[in-house]
Design a protein around this ligand. Sequence first.
Ligand SMILES: CC(=O)N[C@H]1[C@@H](OP(=O)(O)OP(=O)(O)OC[C@H]2O[C@@H](n3ccc(=O)[nH]c3=O)[C@H](O)[C@@H]2O)O[C@H](CO)[C@@H](O)[C@@H]1O[C@H](C)C(=O)N[C@@H](C)C(=O)N[C@H](CCC(=O)O)C(=O)O
Ligand SMILES: Nc1ncnc2c1ncn2[C@@H]1O[C@H](COP(=O)(O)OP(=O)(O)OP(=O)(O)O)[C@@H](O)[C@H]1O
Ligand SMILES: N[C@H](CCC[C@H](N)C(=O)O)C(=O)O
Ligand SMILES: [Mg+2]
Length: 498
Amino acid sequence: MKISDLFQPVLHKKFFNTDNIDHVTITQITSDSRKVESGSLFACVPGHTVDGHDFAAQAVQKGAIAILCERQLDIPVLQIVVPNTSQILPLIADRFYGQPTRKLKLIGITGTNGKTTTTYLIEKIMKDYSLKTGVIGTIEMRIGDERYSVENTTPEPITLQESFHRMVVAGVDTAIIEVSSHALELGRVAGCDFDIAGFTNLTQDHLDFHKDMDEYKRAKAKLFSRLGNTYSFDKGQKYAVLNADDDCYEEFKLATVAQVLSYGIEKPADVSATNLNIQPEGVSFVLHTVEASMEVQMKMTGKFSVYNALTAISVCLLEGIPLSNIITSIESVTSVDGRFEKVDVGQDFTVLVDYAHTSDSLENVLKTIQEFAQKRVITVFGCGGDRDRSKRPLMGAVAREYSDFTIVTSDNPRTENPTLILDDVMVAFADAARDSYIRIEDRTEAIEYAVNMAESGDIILIAGKGHETYQIIGKIKSDYDDRLVAKQAILVKRNSNG
Ligand SMILES: CC(=O)N[C@H]1[C@@H](OP(=O)(O)OP(=O)(O)OC[C@H]2O[C@@H](n3ccc(=O)[nH]c3=O)[C@H](O)[C@@H]2O)O[C@H](CO)[C@@H](O)[C@@H]1O[C@H](C)C(=O)N[C@@H](C)C(=O)N[C@H](CCC(=O)O)C(=O)O
Ligand SMILES: Nc1ncnc2c1ncn2[C@@H]1O[C@H](COP(=O)(O)OP(=O)(O)OP(=O)(O)O)[C@@H](O)[C@H]1O
Ligand SMILES: N[C@H](CCC[C@H](N)C(=O)O)C(=O)O
Ligand SMILES: [Mg+2]
């Protein structure tokens, strides 16, 4: 694409080291010098760890023919200087890839918990209705049935727009993406033309990145405040799907010019659920929409699953999918990878692996388990390193309150000292009965301990890593899967018991 076309709408730009930009054509945009190919535009982004400007010379050596930067650099190559590269990048990425989100229906789901599950439910309903879908989120990117790995829940803008472009080429009708608060704060989704924005809930997480809960909330609010008033009106009506039971409801409703469809269980809402019956094998409820009331029998369980279902049902109703089709699809979903996933090799106790990594999600999952637990609940969990420190004692307190026995262990310590992370969690156990908890830093040993102590009818919850297939210690990412470790521990226990 011609540089002159790419930058045509960008204000406050200055070109250096060129007499005429009309003939300069670039073949790729990247903000990572390691990914530069011949003919690239390299965008220098000041990051949290390093400054992309320091890699400009390297990028040119690798074949970059133009640099987008915030200050003129002493390198003899075409430079486009703008006040803030991070702000411009999403817009030119969108332009470079042919404004793909104007050619797709785009659904964004934000909130602290439930994004992955909700996007999965929406995908299932749409696929069953013969729509071609694309999904981007924590676990992976999917285009139709093809799966691709991702680095972030919401990728940086170039990868994001390139992914949408691939979806357009593949004939996708609707893209469904998880929109993280990091993405909203860092402007990763600024080039996206959302049609529907959905909100799950807001509870504490990521306070290492956001200054406080207010700032975290403001980041989430951006998805709704920008919906329908910043980018393009050509695709038709915009909708916000909001959780009437969440404290943010009124604020987000006021923040958006889009039409609001509300859902809820406690408060009156356009789409609501009553008569919840939570069982180990699923939850049933009566669904009410403006159209009808009907009984729904989900194979996923817990009140939180009903919330996720309500969000997905609301989004799909707005997309014009018949209610009966929606319900049939919702009822057919058994589980989402690593969410309340059973590890079953015929043992006489239950083992559940779940991605709960916040105090709210842990509480939801444990409360659900308590609804049907007959014997002891044994919880194995830890907290990630280089992440919100203040959630550690909160998760500890939740585990302590809702478990008969807690095993505190490691979960991706990253560059932090695992012992000190566990110390932060253990604050919650300062005055707990000595026989109600243990700390075992090594996660495999912790899981083995839980399996070995389990008796018939007990329930073990292994929380925090869910679908993850790795453990990050220091900067080393090694293969690790709670489900495989638990399976192995059960088999060893069985063999040693004869
Ligand atoms: C805090 C945060 O979001 N960090 C993201 C950010 O990293 P950073 O600011 O540290 O970047 P940096 O390493 O300083 O590099 C600055 C620039 O120099 C470039 N560079 C760097 C090195 C080099 O050799 N050459 C080079 O060109 C980099 O490509 C970058 O453009 O930019 C990187 C490149 O786009 C991201 O991969 C990285 O996400 C990291 C991996 C991360 O862990 N992010 C998490 C916190 C995150 O975003 N999480 C959310 C929510 C998760 C949830 O759902 O709960 C998510 O959406 O994933
Ligand atoms: N609606 C909900 N409310 C509260 N907790 C939930 C909800 N849905 C799921 N959970 C819990 O939160 C965990 C994470 O769910 P999910 O992966 O769907 O959320 P997410 O928002 O995508 O998380 P992340 O921010 O890590 O991407 C689940 O394993 C479950 O324990
Ligand atoms: N997307 C979340 C996942 C946390 C999962 C947990 N296993 C951890 O590593 O803390 C994050 O990066 O904060
Ligand atoms: Mg997710």
